[in-house]
Design a protein. Structure first.
Length: 173
């Protein structure tokens, strides 16, 4: 049950009117819960009426006590926030290209990009989050390859010149 002081704070607001004017469904449901509490119902009764748990109703009431009406708004969810700020996306692209150039051989792996994000941009990503970030930015990670440390560019150029036109090694396909 609510304390007399909490009930008195609820009396200042017309939650029914606020709920009718509220376009956000979550916030509207929270207003309805506080309207029921204002009418003297218990957390359990309010939860049954709104088909939620009494712990949720108590949490909404605590948010209202702590922050007033603005405390009933949507809370940021940590899994929805982009960890790499949009301002740093271009710098991230450049850093990936530099990582490809510097890499002595083999592909850049997701784990390498994850370490790059942690060291240079001070953001923590899961491996799956790295691939989602690359997808969102339009970076094709599988084609991101560095040069082999054993590659001989001069010999490759000679090979391409000597190959017959239209063959697999030819520069003109």
């Amino acid at each position: 049950m609510l304390t007399p002081e909490a009930l008195q704070r609820l009396q200042r607001y017309n939650f029914d009117l606020l709920a009718r004017e509220e376009p956000n469904g979550r916030r509207r449901l929270r207003y309805f819960a506080l309207a029921h509490l204002k009418d003297g119902k218990s957390y359990t009764e309010v939860a049954a009426a709104l088909r939620t748990t009494r712990h949720t109703v108590a949490r909404w009431e605590r948010w209202f006590e702590r922050d007033g009406l603005k405390g009933l708004g949507s809370k940021p969810r940590y899994w929805c926030n982009q960890r790499l700020p949009r301002e740093q996306e271009e710098a991230f692209r450049v850093a990936i290209e530099q990582l490809q150039q510097v890499r002595p051989g083999g592909r850049i792996r997701g784990e390498d990009i994850r370490e790059l994000l942690a060291q240079q941009f001070d953001v923590a990503y899961s491996l799956n989050g790295v691939y989602e970030l690359l997808k969102r930015l339009g970076i094709v990670w599988i084609s991101a390859r560095s040069r082999s440390p054993y590659a001989a560019p001069v010999k490759q150029a000679d090979f391409e010149k000597k190959s017959p036109a239209g063959s697999a090694g030819s520069a003109t396909r």
